[in-house]
Design a protein around this ligand. Structure first.
Ligand code: SAH
Length: 242
């Protein structure tokens, strides 16, 4: 009785073929998420169909703008403010060759991620507990990743400062955005520029599973981020670069 039918058909419209084994991993992920969600606030979306669409498939839409290329070195990917693991974990299940770092400020959520990693037997997944504002100044993580991903963490002006410092020059940042993003984009141009980024593309996600407007904002990292960024915890959100 294979589950995850909605995810499976959505993934194939993205050109992704999920194996029975991968679908089983998503099934386990779903049940662990719901189980832990009784103790740790991981998600407000809990229905079987809704999680497939709004967490798993939504994460996989990244494949519209980025996929690991065959044969080259395993890409190193960072998910900033991953919460219950989205978008990083669904992408790791789909593309097992990626090396993934999950960054999350809340220790309880990180405990879930450790458990999930074990349950799914995921290799090359590192979980870092901390604030992006601090971790980005650690040489081990600074300008090391391509792509840097983030969903539902902050408005774009702040998010640029929280993600671009992690991105390797020549790489890119890919963030999920919803709704009317024109104003948000305009307000973020200074922050993107200051942190060494250049807006490449705003890709509209056109899948029948999503009745609302969803986008992937792709920002190329064209030059190194000046050392003073990101500023202290809380500052990027409170006083975004304008
Ligand atoms: N990306 C997940 C979770 C979104 S909720 C999803 O799309 O479902 C936002 C998460 O980001 C929370 O878990 C919060 O703890 C984390 N977060 C917010 N600001 C952060 C920061 N500055 N550094 C690290 N994590 C942060």
């Amino acid at each position: 009785m294979p589950g995850m039918k909605i995810l499976n058909s959505g993934a194939s419209s993205l050109g992704l073929q999920l194996s029975p084994n991968q679908l089983e991993q998503f099934e386990v992920y779903y049940h662990e998420l719901i189980d832990w969600n009784r103790r740790v606030n991981l998600t407000t979306i809990t229905g079987y169909d809704e999680v497939q669409v709004n967490h798993f498939l939504d994460a996989l839409t990244v494949a519209l703008v980025w996929q690991p290329s065959a044969g080259s070195v395993a890409p190193r990917i960072l998910d900033v403010g991953t919460g219950g693991g989205v978008p990083g974990v669904p992408l790791k299940i789909t593309f097992p060759q990626i090396r993934l770092v999950l960054l999350e400020a809340t220790a309880k959520k990180a405990a879930f991620l450790h458990h999930l990693r074990d349950r799914l037997k995921l290799k090359d997944v590192e979980i870092v507990v901390g604030r992006a504002e601090e971790v980005a100044h650690n040489a081990q993580y600074r300008e090391e990743f391509d792509p840097v991903l983030s969903r539902a963490v902050a408005p774009l002006p702040a998010l640029a400062e929280l993600t671009l410092p992690f991105c390797a020059v020549g790489g890119s940042v890919v963030v999920h955005k919803k709704g009317d993003i024109e104003v948000e984009l305009k307000k973020s141009s200074r922050a993107i520029d200051t942190c060494g980024g250049k807006l490449r593309e705003v890709k509209a996600v056109d899948l029948s599973e999503f009745p609302d407007k969803r986008y992937l904002v792709v920002i190329d990292k064209v030059s190194a981020t000046p050392e003073q960024y990101p500023r202290r915890p809380g500052i990027p959100k409170k006083r975004p670069i304008r």
